[in-house]
Design a protein around this ligand. Structure first.
Ligand SMILES: C[S@@+](CC[C@H](N)C(=O)[O-])C[C@H]1O[C@@H](n2cnc3c(N)ncnc32)[C@H](O)[C@@H]1O
Length: 210
């Protein structure tokens, strides 16, 4: 994780278009109710996702790893009226927290929460996507690479979180880090995708489907 000094973070937030207020409440509840609240995207990363959605104007968005719905709502609030998000979460407790926030939000009609294992979901879905945010179990990143690729429309933007994994990708010694390192290699070598590793937070891999 690239940690910025707190005053830099506050300056960035102050000089970035504000995100919906409900995200502050989700952040509070995530810190009160979950064991690993740092999994939440946070304002700077969620602001970037929101901005990328505005820029790329997708009709169909897929998020793998909903957690408490923070990035889901940040992305949904940037969508055009008829666009939609599928978000997939396999932890029942997290899905319940996310569902409550999604239902309370003005964007609930745009969001479908799938309480399912992401691998099962990706194998059975018939949807194609214009924007994907991958942010789930790191060991499975190579599996997600193979399953997500055929679901991308031409021109789709695919964002993957934690691709630097606090720098551990330089020398992988465990299964999670190995999963990320294989993913990074495959996405870079794949000539149907053009990618860019953005060193924001814990590393975001951006890729465009040619
Ligand atoms: C890093 S958190 C997601 C954070 C969220 N995208 C955000 O920005 O706030 C990862 C989430 O993926 C979920 N997850 C892990 N493995 C999964 C799987 N195989 N299928 C579906 N969800 C999974 C975890 O339960 C966790 O809630």
């Amino acid at each position: 994780m690239i940690t910025l000094p707190l005053d830099w973070e506050l300056y960035i937030e102050k000089h970035t278009a504000p995100l919906p207020e409900i995200l502050d409440e989700i952040e509070r509840q995530t810190y009160l109710k979950t064991t690993y609240p740092q999994m939440l995207s946070g304002k700077i990363q969620a602001g970037l996702l929101h901005f990328l959605i505005k820029l790329s104007r997708p009709q169909k968005v897929l998020e793998i790893g909903t957690f408490t719905g923070y990035a889901t709502i940040a992305m949904a609030s940037a969508l055009n009226e008829k666009a939609e998000i599928d978000t997939v979460e396999n932890n029942e407790m997290m899905a319940e927290i996310a569902r409550n926030f999604i239902e309370k939000s003005p964007w609930h009609n745009r969001i479908t929460l799938h309480p399912a294992d992401a691998v099962d979901f990706l194998k059975q879905t018939r949807n194609k996507y214009d924007f994907v945010f991958l942010d789930a179990d790191k060991e499975n990143y190579p599996v997600y690479f193979e399953l997500i690729k055929p679901l991308l429309n031409p021109g789709a933007l695919w964002v993957t979180d934690n691709v630097l994994w606090s720098g551990k990708v330089l020398n992988p010694t465990d299964k999670q880090t190995e999963g990320i390192a294989v993913f990074n290699r495959r996405i870079t070598e794949d000539n149907t995708l053009e990618n860019y590793l953005l060193p924001v937070r814990d590393g975001l891999m951006l890729a465009i489907k040619k």
